[in-house]
Ligand binder design. Sequence first.
Ligand code: ADP
Length: 544
Amino acid sequence: MRGLMMDEPLTLAAILERANRYFPRGEVVSRRPDGTLSRIKYAALAKRVRRLAQALQQAGLKRGDRVATLMWNHAAHVEAYFAAPLSGGVVHPLNLRLHPDEIAYIAGHAGDRFLIVDDVLWPVFERFRDKVRFERVWVVPFGGMPTPPGAEIYETLLAQSSEDYEFPECDENDAAGMFFTSGTTGQPKGVVYSHRSLVLHSMAECMTDSFGLSQNDTALLLAPMFHVNGWGLPYTCPMAGTKLVLSGGGCGPEELLDLMEQEGVTFACGVPTIWLGVLDALRKNPGGWNFRGPVRVLIGGAAPPESLIRGLDRFGLRIMHAWGMTETSPLATAGRLKAHMHDWNDDRKYEVRCKQGYAVPLIRLRLMRPEGEVPWDGATPGELEVRGPWIAASYYNAPEAANRWSPDGWFRTGDVATIDAEGYVKIVDRAKDMIKSGGEWISSVDLENALMAHPAVREAAVIAVPDAKWQERPLAVIVPRDGASVAPAELEKFLGARFAKWQIPDGFVFATEIPRTSVGKFLKSQLREQYRDWHKQPESTKKD
Ligand code: ADP
């Protein structure tokens, strides 16, 4: 017997329509390049989405055509996130921080037909425009600059179309958005989300035990919208009626805190490096900002050190940990304490909060080793594999990467993790960042997070350096806190309280900054390159 329920397609039109009908006064606040704020209500935004969708159709967009964006985080980018898929196309945000050749490769590989670009990012476009072929290029004006030759003005495009335009019917399995992995591990690969996967993912993000977003919230998105689907917020906020605050091209920690205070932010998300800066700013000026209530801070992209979670707690910013990746839309696990854990002592609770959490509904996880599935004992590591309705089933035109999926169809994440009996995942490391010393594995993440708990250490990255005897040994690259200094012997002693002797780095080198990936994570591949010969250097030059 079949169920007798309506087969309503799950499409982004339903999200936009809900925002328009039920939350017309809900706002998207955008920080413009000059630091001023602009505001648009969901009702007005929905009209502009209709205009843009029609304009794209009039420009000749056919079903499945890709519309690239080269944009910061602001309302017009949200318009593109909706209008491209709702006109039958696919939105494809380009990661503007990549090398121009890489952006050109990605746009070519994706077959992008049109481009929407911020005027302030035109110089970025100039660096690869001769290597790509966009049929039409529309510029979003911010700075009052003259229209560059060969470009058209976004506002003119919108003015020529109708706010009553009816979206064409689409299949829930049609492609809606395309994002490339940022290439932290090898050549970027295209992940293609469908309307259905995005709708289901947004529902999962709304759930109380995941992001818990509602129309009572004001959410600040600090991850760039050109990476990992803007962490889903550009869709989840309109679905829930949440006010969405976008910080443009980003700003310093003090300006961020100002923005949070002014806009009454209740939920903010970004990678740990952003929050390390925010904690520093709060410590320097403890009474500087007055939040209206506790702020939920969602951290993902990399593991936050425990010292960061504890530090921000003191200022009313409560970190919640989540794990995901481009291939998982991104939300796959969220780190809420379970009911019976609330009475535990603080240390035990922090231990759980440092883990990446358990799977959100509809997502399944397993840990694998060559010999088979690994038990959920919180101790035995294995490669984390994942499946679910918003997990990629393949990459776009990349048959060479088919081995990222197991023969029975699970996605192999490349992350090494443990899972405990309660189901909490702990990412031990990325497989390629682990340090293999004399047949034993050392987690770079554990060492980094322990080092960042030292009062004189602002940031720490631990990498493997080749070693004749042990194959690899850990080396720590340390950025001291402003004005602080610390001797390597002191750091060794500090780590000695928690780590076995063989796990302690062979050396500590000091740097003024740690190179970042295009999305703000530590760029360890560059450090590995830079310090490859560290063991071969004369002793006198090793210690700074
Ligand atoms: P890339 O950095 O390769 O572009 P993504 O941006 O999609 O890939 O990031 C996904 C990766 O980020 C995961 O595979 C994992 O290694 C890391 N990651 C994401 N969230 C967390 C987290 N909460 N803790 C630790 N690592 C994380």
